[in-house]
Design a protein around this ligand. Structure first.
Ligand code: FAD
Ligand code: NAD
Length: 468
């Protein structure tokens, strides 16, 4: 085993790690990227964002074909070739992972496939590569997160799965229990429901997607009521007992009882991957939940070690990881910069989608902060009508004195694409007039953003705004 030296080592090849490595290489640093998996891309590309969105697209096509009957077009019932769907999803992943590898190679980044652990603040032990010891001047830690499984739900049975298992699409279970009504539960529930499973969601709080503004969740909850067999709120799954006929789940709370399922997807959150990294051999501080503590420059308590992405705190989102990665690389290269964003967008890719950025009404209320909110219901949007998707809402949350845009929330088809305008408005400190006077193309859903801004100013073309 050899020993090697490098200027910067990035540990983890996910969207945080590879974005950091690429930026650092572009800035002229000598970069080594250590990734324990055989491919680059991390959770997001290999078993998260990308495969789930590929399957959600399949779900959307299936659903739209069914709904087209309302517009006078009838298709026969679909034949689902699960093997071919899996192959398509894997081809999407493969193409993107090859692209990331090629971009790393072109930048001259040294890639070592090995598991890294810290020996001290300047040395890593690598398992699985020819290089056994790597000495570094700076390190960026980007080891991401892993699914959280509460001990009572840990069942050593192939029918009890996490998101990785759900994305493998082994079969279409007749009846699927989804534990957790958050991002993963609702996205994967949507996939399996479209493929033909009867889906039951159990959520321990009193609403789906806790923390998200209720008026944004309402249209989705309404649609899921029709799609899913049941959504049990204020209910917990306290035990899972696999047997010959399925998995018996014990529910406690509002919908207490015992029910049998063919498969169970556990989606109750993720935890940072900070264990077994040898961090105790450094000065890095890990908080009670396992997140590595960093300052605004993404620097840990050990001055030459940085941490980014899911490992460094919420929200656990790929774009947050990538932006943090770029910032950390710039700091290592000597730039005087910080990770200081006014808005990190969030998108739940359900049907309809839910997207928001900046200040939410829920946050404003909990902070006792007064805000002016204008809503534009999609029933008044020409484009939504042509798509047969009036089940949406767009809202702007503004400062009541200055009318500065503080937050934007959108529920509806394609909300994830539409939110980008809101992010720009919040980040650029736009006021409602800036958005209202921006000409939005007709007929598009983007007009709902423009008209929400008009509503803030007191007069929107397709809304009757009562005078104060
Ligand atoms: P990761 O992507 O987790 O990458 C960490 C990497 O580090 C891994 O490749 C791992 O193998 C490697 N590693 C770990 N330990 C070591 C070690 N000791 N040595 C070497 N390598 C190591 N986010 C979105 O923004 N949009 C979405 O649509 C979205 N969908 C998702 C769907 C699912 C099902 C899941 C599970 C997550 C989804 N996410 C989504 C979240 C997103 O995947 C994460 O926020 C993102 O991957 C975090 O990036 P990261 O670089 O911090 O870590
Ligand atoms: P989550 O935090 O989004 O949702 C977990 C849900 O489970 C919560 O609603 C919680 O109240 C509920 N819950 C917790 N314990 C429970 C129990 N015992 N019984 C019933 N309900 C319980 O977590 P997730 O869905 O596992 O996703 C993890 C993270 O991955 C997300 O927070 C997000 O950061 C990321 N992600 C993002 C996307 C996206 O951006 N579209 C998609 C998937 C995942």
């Amino acid at each position: 085993m050899s020993t090697s030296d490098c200027q910067l080592v990035v540990i983890g090849g996910g969207p945080g790690g590879y974005a950091a490595a690429f930026r650092a290489a572009d800035l002229g640093l000598d970069v080594t990227l250590v990734e324990s998996a055989p491919r680059l891309g991390g959770v997001c590309l290999l078993r998260g964002c990308i495969p789930s969105k590929a399957l959600l697209h399949v779900a959307r096509v299936l659903t739209e074909a069914r709904e087209a009957a309302e517009w006078g077009i009838r298709f026969g019932s679909p034949t689902i070739d699960l093997g071919a769907v899996r192959d398509w999803k894997d081809r999407v992943i493969g193409r993107l992972a090859d692209g990331v590898l090629e971009l790393a190679r072109r930048r001259g980044i040294r890639i070592l496939h090995a598991r890294a652990t810290f020996v001290d603040s300047q040395t890593l032990r690598l398992e699985g590569a020819d290089v056994g010891t790597l000495r570094f001047r700076n390190a960026i830690l980007a080891t991401g997160s892993i699914p959280a499984v509460p001990p009572p739900l840990a069942a050593d049975d192939p029918r009890v799965i996490d998101s990785t298992g759900a994305l493998e699409l082994q079969d279409i279970p007749a009846r699927l229990l989804v534990v957790g009504g958050g991002y993963i539960g609702l996205e994967m529930g949507t996939v399996y429901s479209a493929l033909g499973s009867r889906v039951v969601v159990v959520e321990m709080t009193d609403g789906l997607l806790p923390g998200v503004d209720r008026d944004l969740v309402r249209p989705l909850a309404q649609r899921l009521k029709e799609r899913f067999e049941a959504v049990h709120l204020n209910t917990r799954v306290v035990a899972l007992r696999p047997d010959a006929d399925g998995v018996l789940a014990s529910l406690e709370g509002a919908s207490a009882g015992e029910e049998r399922f063919d498969r169970v997807l556990i989606a109750v959150g993720r935890r940072p991957n900070s264990l077994n990294l040898g961090l105790e051999n450094t000065k890095v501080i890990v908080d009670g939940r396992g997140f590595v503590q960093v300052d605004r420059q993404l620097r840990t308590a050990d001055a030459n070690i940085f941490a980014i992405g899911d490992l460094a705190g919420e929200p656990m989102l790929a774009h947050k990881a990538s932006h943090e990665g770029r910032t950390a690389a710039e700091v290592v290269a000597g730039h005087d910069t910080e990770f200081d964003k006014a808005a990190i967008p969030a998108v739940v890719f359900t049907d309809p989608e839910i997207a928001w950025c900046g200040l939410t009404e829920t946050q404003a209320r909990s902070q006792g902060r007064e805000v002016q909110v204008a809503r534009f219901p999609w029933g008044a949007s020409g484009r939504a009508a042509t798509l047969g998707r009036a089940d949406g809402v767009t809202k702007l949350i503004c400062d009541p004195q200055t009318q500065r845009v503080l937050g934007v929330g959108i529920t509806g088809a394609g909300a994830g694409e539409l939110i980008a305008e809101g992010v720009l408005a919040v980040e650029m400190a736009a006021v409602a007039r800036d958005v209202a006077e921006t000409v939005h193309p007709h007929p598009t859903l983007s007009e709902t953003v423009g008209e929400s801004a008009e509503a803030v100013l007191g007069s929107a073309t397709h809304l009757f705004v009562r005078r104060a």
